[in-house]
Design a protein around this ligand. Structure first.
Ligand code: 13P
Length: 249
């Protein structure tokens, strides 16, 4: 059975003391839940995040990773480095990585392979831009993003894949996909994954929605059949908002 997940992507926010403060607030406020709760601080604070969260069931995940195992890649972070501090899950393919750091599907396919080869779980992000949706190309764009980066995988690899549909026009804009738009896309994603890898894979993969999820809209989005949770940006930076979103699931 697929799991419900609420994941907070902190992006390039929170220095060390801010990280500790937010984590302590989360420890005090995050409710007991069957859902998986994840937070993704910046690389330099991952180690301390584990220290602060010891014994709590909030999972610490990374925002990115390099595709090579090691070597002369100044400024980059490897799967092994992440694993050595306790990280077992990595976000890959975020639209900000695609837009600002030139990460294309082929590169993301390589990153996914490296993560899986290191027994890591991947939260794979994808989603169309506004002009794609206006041109009614959004299904084709999403299908291509998934095919190019994930459809070379083996069936058994999918137990370590979480999908996160994040329409670019909804990220940080205050504009969300309507619950109906999210459901329509999530059902489409589940259908194409099922067609390629079988209905067991399609039914078991968690598909998160991301893009301006807030306490006020979370419950309605999460109520949709094919929406298994959220990848939260801005609202994950305030404990009260993140906790309200967890409560909505
Ligand atoms: P916002 O929730 O700030 O729109 O960000 C969504 C996101 O990009 C999560 O990865």
């Amino acid at each position: 059975m697929r799991r419900k997940i609420v994941a907070g992507n902190w992006k390039m926010n929170n220095d060390l003391s801010q990280t500790e403060a937010l984590l302590n607030d989360l420890i005090a406020q995050v409710p007991q839940t069957d859902a998986r709760v994840m937070i993704a601080p910046t690389f330099v604070n991952l180690f301390q995040a584990f220290n602060v969260l010891k014994g709590h069931n909030i999972e610490v995940v990374a925002q990115n990773m390099h595709q090579a195992e090691k070597g002369a890649y100044t400024g980059e972070v490897s799967a092994q480095m992440l694993k050595s501090v306790g990280v077992n899950t990595v976000i890959l393919g975020h639209s900000e990585r695609r837009a600002y750091f030139g990460e294309i599907d082929e590169l993301l396919a390589a990153k996914v392979d490296t993560a899986l080869a290191n027994d890591m779980e991947v939260v794979f992000c994808f989603g169309e831009e506004l002009e794609d949706r206006k041109a009614e190309n959004h299904f084709a764009i999403v299908e291509a993003q998934l095919k190019n980066a994930l459809f070379h995988l083996q069936k058994e690899d999918w137990k370590n894949i979480i999908l996160a549909y994040e329409p670019v026009w909804a990220i940080g804009t205050g504009e969300t996909a309507s619950p109906a738009q999210a459901q329509e896309m999530h059902a489409f994603i589940r259908k194409i994954v099922s067609e390629a890898f079988g209905s067991e894979v399609g039914n078991n993969v968690s598909i998160l929605y991301g893009g301006s999820v807030k306490p006020a809209n979370a419950a309605e989005i999460f109520s949709k059949e094919d929406v298994d949770g959220g990848l939260i940006g801005g609202a994950a930076l305030k404990a009260a908002d993140f906790v309200a979103i967890i409560n909505a699931i």
